[in-house]
Design a protein around this ligand. Sequence first.
Ligand code: C2O
Ligand code: CU
Length: 474
Amino acid sequence: APLTRRALLTGALAVGGLAAVGARPAVGERAVTTRLVAGQVARRLTPEQPQASRLRLYNGTVLPVLRLKKGQPVEITLENRLPDEHTTVHWHGLRIAHAMDGVPYITQPPVEPGESFTYRFAPPDAGTFFFHPHCNTVEQLGRGLAGVLVVEGDEARPFDADLVLAYKDWDLAPDGTLGPFLTLKGAANAGTFGSLTTVNGEVVTKERQPVFEVPAGADLRLRFLNLDNTRLLGLGLHGAEAWLVASDGQPLPPLELKNWRMGPAMRADLALRTPDRPGAVVEVLNQRAAKPKVLARLVTTGQPRRRAPFEPTHLTGPFLPEPQIEGAPVVPMVFSTAPGPSAPPPELAGLPFADALCLNPRTLWAINRQTWPQEGHAHPPAPLATLQRGRTYVLELNNISKHFHPIHLHGHSFKVFWSSDDAELPVHWADTTLVAPGERRRVAFVADNPGDWMFHCHIIEHQETGMMGLVRVA
Ligand code: C2O
Ligand code: CU
C-alpha cells in the first residue's frame, strides 16, 4: 500500500522529539528550550536492503522538522552522541550572531563526542530554513544529519494546511552500506550522486512515490527543500497552479511556478489552491531532466474549504535592509578549478576520496584562485574580501568552470538582481544561488552582520575540496 501522510495542519505539529518547541511561548517571553541529539542509528532505508544502514540523525529522526516563531528566543542544546567525531549545528539562512553560526574553529570550538553546546538566538526572519553540521559535512549530511527549520510568523492570511517536503538522495549500496560520499571523480565534476531518492525519508521510485493527504479546495502552503549534497532539481507541479511566494525563506511577489531551479540547500515556498474534488492528485515534479520525475503525490480529501477564487497573497516581509545598489562597490568572486591540473589522473578516478588524497593530496576547486586548505576548518585562509559594516556590496559571482555551483553566504541574505544568462531572472532574495557554467550573477546586500562568514559552494564535495572561503564584515 502506498505510504500516506496527513499534511500537517497549520499549528498542529507532531514531529519526533521536537514537539517541545512552540509549546506556547509568546514572542518576547522567556526562551524556549529544546535538545538536538546527534547520534548514530542503524536503520533500513528500503525494505529490500539485507542489512541496516548506518545513519546519523538528529533525535533519531530522518529530517526532523523544528518549528520556531519569528523573534522568539530559543536555547537549543546540541548533544554530540556520535561515537567518533566532532560536530556542530549551522542554522542555514538565519541571520544570527556569528558565535551561534555553528562553524567549528571559526565561530565555536567543535563539539566533541560526549560534549554539548547550547545555541541561543531569536530567529530574525520567518520562513523555511534548515540546519546541518559544518564538520565532515559530506559524510555527516550524507548519513542524514540535517533538519528542517520552519520559522512561523509571515502569513498575512493563514493557509489551511502547511506541508514540508524535504528532498534527499542517499548513496546506498545494495548491501545497505552508505558512501563513499566523496570520490575524486565526483568531486572533480558535478558531485557523487546518490542512488536512492527520498522525500521526507520516504523512498521515491519510478513506480511509487510518497503520498500526502491534503484538504480539498483549500489553500496549501508547500515548503520544498533541496537537502541533497549534490543533486540539482527543477521544481514543478502538475494538477494545480502554484505560485512561488518565498525563496530561501524570504518572501517575493507571487510568481507563477513553472520550473524553479533548485541547487542543494535552496528552498522554495509555494502557495496553491488544491483541487475541489476529493481524491484528486497533484504531482510534485523534478523537471530538471527532459522527462519529469514525480517526487510526491498530494491527494485531496474532505469537502472543499474555500469558495472564493484563489489569490496568491504576498507573505509579510522580507525584513531585510535594502541594498543601495547604485554606486556600491562590486566585489568579483570567480569560481573555478584550483590553479594547476585539475582532472584526476585516470588511475585515481573512482577511488574513495580519502584514498586518492593519500596518493595525491590536492584541492580541486577555488574562489578567486584561492582554495581552502585541505586540513579543514582548523586552518582558515585569509578572507576573500573585507567588507565595511553597514555598507552595501555587490558580489559578482562568475562561474568560469564547467559545472554548476550553488553559492552560499552565511549570516546574510542577498538580493539576486542580475544574470548574464537570463534577462528574465526575477529579482529575489536568497542565501544560496545557483550559478551555471559560464554565467555571471550579481547579488547585493548590506553587510550588517559582523564576523568572518563562510562563503562556499553547497555541492558538498566542491566545498570540501577547496571551493570555500571567508568574507569578513568588520
Ligand atoms: Cu548550509 Cu555553510 O552551509
Ligand atoms: Cu560547486
